[in-house]
Ligand binder design. Structure first.
Ligand code: ADP
Ligand code: ZN
Length: 433
């Protein structure tokens, strides 16, 4: 464990840290961010009124649009002289979302990523290859900071130039790979092409995140690379990667660094706070962030929380369920809610296909129609159209049996789907274009 005192703290102790930090941040935003002063005044709330953690329930939410409306620095609580770093969200549409950091914010972020790396089995003697993109995207610099905090050797390859990723991993004896799960597969494919088998190499673990991925995808990465694949979660608005991470339990739950960010789950429609165990939208409140402390930020990520002790490690940090999808990614097909990751799980149940797919949504008359192109394994593709169609039908039946909607499945040629170097774009919605 990187920080045993915090990661195994008793609930009472944790809550007293949270309360103290929260009070401080409520004062900070009330006094320095006109957006929050206005919101708090509107409901007649004074930071001095805040007595217990559950008082958070009555406070207003912060939305993604509030960040866009207050672009670039409207939600910063400190003058530029205190800001030492700016990062931005990877979103490609609309105004970018900017995150500002003080040096203390950057060091807390390093601490959170250090806990994640340690939980994935990384220590001072190891080499980590950071193949998340460096730059405005928080993936690269986030894991880089975590690696430096741990004191391991950081190889900052960034994403891209995939052939070099493979040769450096082999030549330098890298212990851990940090990148998006889809890029991990791209690297594995490239290694194959180069005739290099990753499994026997020294690499034994990895921290993957920044996009939703199924358990089936995890197993695929683990077998192809001969490693244990860990999940790491975060978003630019609150910090970046490292907000939560998996231990060795691999039961689909991530420990949340709840001394730095306070999690809640709400019903996205009624906005009510939901009890532990129920599925809803994740909402976070910044506890230690100085430069841009967001209060009750609605992430649009779907998850659940659980306070039960972890059966595998002694961490007491609250757990969040692996992200099931983003409300913005949810497709409504003939009245049924579908997340792309559900389709991914079902595709990967099929041994004849590769974990490379795209989902297309289009209007068919008045109805929404969903189709999936998925790559056939090379030895299957060589067997000809009859076999290919038969397998496509089998996959269609499987999806229909589990989700209850008809999806037109096409098996396409190996390597015909574009490989990802960062966050994969797998859904193409043509309904409004
Ligand atoms: P965006 O993708 O919105 O442009 P970020 O680059 O900050 O912004 O990415 C944050 C988002 O990425 C999260 O809100 C979440 O939807 C997704 N994400 C990050 N880590 C994970 C993960 N481990 N599993 C699933 N989704 C993740
Ligand atoms: Zn655990």
């Amino acid at each position: 464990m990187w920080n045993k005192e915090v990661e195994t703290a008793q609930l009472e102790q944790m809550q007293s840290w949270q309360l103290a930090r929260l009070r401080e941040n409520l004062h900070r935003v009330y006094e320095n961010v006109p957006f929050y002063k206005k919101k708090f005044d509107h409901i007649g709330f004074k930071p001095g009124d805040f007595k217990k953690l559950s008082d958070l329930n009555g406070l207003p939410f912060t939305l993604k649009n509030d960040l866009r409306d207050n672009y670039p620095f409207g939600l910063s609580a400190l003058p530029m002289s205190e800001i030492t770093r700016i990062q931005a969200s990877s979103g490609t549409t609309g105004r970018p979302i900017i995150g500002t950091y003080t040096s203390s914010d950057v060091s807390n972020w390093g601490e959170c990523c250090a806990r994640a790396l340690t939980a994935s089995g990384i220590g001072k003697n190891d080499i980590i290859q950071v193949s998340y993109g460096y730059g405005l995207f928080t993936g690269g610099l986030g894991l880089h900071g975590g690696g430096e905090t741990v004191g391991c050797t950081v190889l900052p390859t960034s994403s891209g130039i995939t052939e070099r990723q493979v040769t450096m991993m082999r030549d330098l004896g890298v212990d851990s790979l940090c990148c998006t799960p889809s890029y991990a597969l791209t690297i594995a494919d490239k290694a194959n092409e180069m005739g290099i088998d990753i499994a026997p190499l020294k690499i034994r673990t990895g921290c993957f995140g920044a996009e939703p991925w199924s358990d089936e995808m995890r197993r695929e990465i683990e077998t192809r690379m001969g490693i244990t694949a860990h999940n790491i979660y975060g978003l630019t608005e609150m910090m970046g990667p490292g907000m939560s991470f998996t231990c060795n339990s691999h039961d689909g739950w991530l420990h949340v660094n709840e001394d730095h960010i306070y999690p809640e789950i709400i019903d996205p429609v009624t906005e009510e706070t939901l009890p532990y165990g129920e599925i809803g939208e994740l909402v976070f409140t910044a506890l230690s962030r100085q430069a841009m402390p967001l209060i009750r930020y609605r992430t649009r990520d779907i998850s659940a929380l659980d306070r039960k002790p972890c059966p595998h490690c002694r961490r007491t940090l609250i757990k969040m369920k692996k992200i099931m999808g983003r409300t913005d990614d949810m497709l409504i097909i003939s009245g049924v809610n579908v997340f792309p990751s559900q389709i991914e799980s079902l595709l990967l149940d099929t041994p004849e296909v590769e974990p490379q797919y795209v989902i297309v949504v289009r209007k068919k008359g008045h109805l929404d129609a969903l189709s999936v192109d998925v790559e056939a394994k090379a030895h299957i593709y060589e067997q000809g159209q009859d076999i290919i169609r038969e397998i496509a039908k089998k996959v269609e039946k499987h999806i229909h049996g589990v989700i209850g909607i008809h999806v037109a499945v096409r098996l396409v040629a190996p390597r015909s789907i574009q490989r990802s170097e960062g966050k994969a774009k797998r859904v193409f919605d043509t309904r409004n274009t």
